[in-house]
Design a protein around this ligand. Structure first.
Ligand code: GFB
Length: 301
């Protein structure tokens, strides 16, 4: 498991443990810097993992992507290149690489089918991150073609859940709004400011569903073609803000900050391929947000 301390990696670890897997290889970035090729090669040669979930990534919301483009492309490229190559060299039986729905064109036809990859220009705010993730997909496919490695790539939609990032500068919209509404309610503020026009549409999935899908695909999917993981349902940012406002119980106003970027106007994955294999998400958006709000330490101390 690469990336077990992050939101995605920790959810996959929880899922593997409840499914009875107990021989997990978990190394934090303090122990092994996955951007370092020598260290990654040594780790794979010594430990000889059989199955790899590549969830290690530098990820963040729209502003973090815009403000740290070098870190987003460098960290992600290095980690992917090192791990995929080491997995091949050390004889890993199967590797699952986690991409992102932002690899698809900014103005893609909707809902987004897997074959729309590389059919148009990317969204500028996260292009370095998207290019790194596309490189990861290409690597998995190239190593499959040239060396026969069973490397698969999955494209998750926007995620939320336990272990999310709540830093208002670098987080994604859902955790940011939970925090903003919670703090406004606590301090008695009359308004909450949300970024952009509020019109963009996004699809949100609880990370426990994502982890469930990853294990399902690790066990049941062996193709080189990428596969989307999402709910197939979308909400505008204003709709999301209102859902969160109600869950938190905030009674003030919502104000837009038009100086902040909207990002891609719409990003809804076509999940018919995944549904066709027999997997469907279980956690509805409101239920999932309520679960996070009632269990996250930040809101309950
Ligand atoms: O979640 P988010 O940061 O990323 O923003 P993306 C989604 C939308 O929510 C944008 C708006 O239109 C934001 O302007 N928004 C409103 C806010 N209020 C806020 C707020 O307080 N914080 C944040 N963060 N947004 C990311 C990519 O794009 O999605 C990554 O940058 C990655 O590369 C990730 O793919 C899944 O959905 O726009």
């Amino acid at each position: 498991m690469a990336g077990h301390t992050g939101m995605v990696g920790s959810a996959i670890v929880r899922k593997l443990k409840v499914s009875g897997f107990d021989n997990l290889l978990l190394k934090s970035s303090n122990e092994v810097d996955l951007r370092n090729q020598l260290l990654v090669n040594e780790l794979f040669e010594k430990e000889k993992p059989e199955y790899v979930f590549l969830a290690a990534a530098k990820a963040g919301g729209i502003l973090a992507n815009r403000e740290q483009p070098a870190d987003f492309i460098y960290d992600n490229l290095m980690m992917e290149a090192n791990i995929i190559n080491a997995a091949y060299k050390s004889g890993v039986r199967k590797l699952l690489f986690l991409g992102s729905s932002c690899i698809y064109p900014k103005h893609s036809e909707q809902p987004i089918k897997e074959e729309y990859l590389l059919s148009g220009k990317l969204e500028e705010t996260n292009q370095p991150y998207a290019v790194a993730k596309i490189a990861g997909v290409e690597m998995c496919q190239a190593y499959r073609r040239q060396y026969g490695g069973n490397f698969i790539s999955v494209m998750p939609t926007n995620l939320y859940g336990p272990n999310d990032n709540y830093d208002l500068q670098t987080s994604h919209v859902l955790p940011a709004l939970l925090r903003k509404f919670h703090e406004a309610k606590q301090s008695g503020d009359g308004k909450v400011v949300i970024w952009g026009s509020g019109k963009p549409l996004r699809e949100f999935m609880h990370v426990n569903d994502l982890a469930d899908a990853c294990l399902f695909l690790m066990e049941n999917y062996n193709e080189g073609d990428i596969i989307n993981i999402g709910t197939g349902q979308e909400a505008s940012i204003v709709e999301l803000a209102n859902i969160i406002k109600n869950i938190v119980g905030f009674e003030g106003e919502i104000e837009m900050d038009a100086a902040k970027p909207d990002g891609t106007p719409r990003k809804l994955l076509d999940v018919s391929k995944l549904h066709g294999l027999g997997w469907k998400h279980k956690i509805a958006l409101e239920e999932g947000i309520r679960q996070v709000y009632t269990t996250e330490k930040l809101f309950n101390s």
